[in-house]
Ligand binder design. Structure first.
Ligand code: HEC
Length: 79
């Protein structure tokens, strides 16, 4: 399994709050990531610092893991 998807599904469980088709998640607490089509730096910023009720992942995920999950979301949503 690719690292970013592994983090999305397990370590950070992004899918409990977000819908993302390629990860087959359907959470509806946060915005649907397929619709946002954010740039990579915006995703890294949101994951690092949090947004609204979304917790900041800095210190929970390593910088490499934040980059991996952000890259995964970016490539899954900007095709
Ligand atoms: C506890 C629920 C929750 C979890 C877990 C969560 N998010 Fe979020 N996320 C949200 C909410 C709510 C928002 C909207 C925040 C706002 O704008 O008020 C959000 C916003 C975002 C945004 C959009 C930021 C922007 O600039 O518009 C991205 C990208 C994102 N989340 C990615 C992720 C990723 C990747 C993970 C896993 C590492 C994750 N989220 C985990 C709830 C969550």
């Amino acid at each position: 399994m690719i690292l970013g998807l592994e983090i999305y599904n397990n370590k950070a469980a992004c899918g409990t709050c977000h819908t993302l088709k390629s990860a087959e998640s359907s959470g509806d607490i946060g915005p649907n990531l397929d619709m946002l089509k954010l740039q990579i730096d915006q995703i890294i910023y949101a994951v690092t610092n949090g947004a609204g009720v979304m917790p900041p992942w800095e210190g929970i995920l390593t910088p490499e893991e934040i980059e991996a999950v952000a890259y995964y979301v970016f490539t899954s949503t900007n095709k």
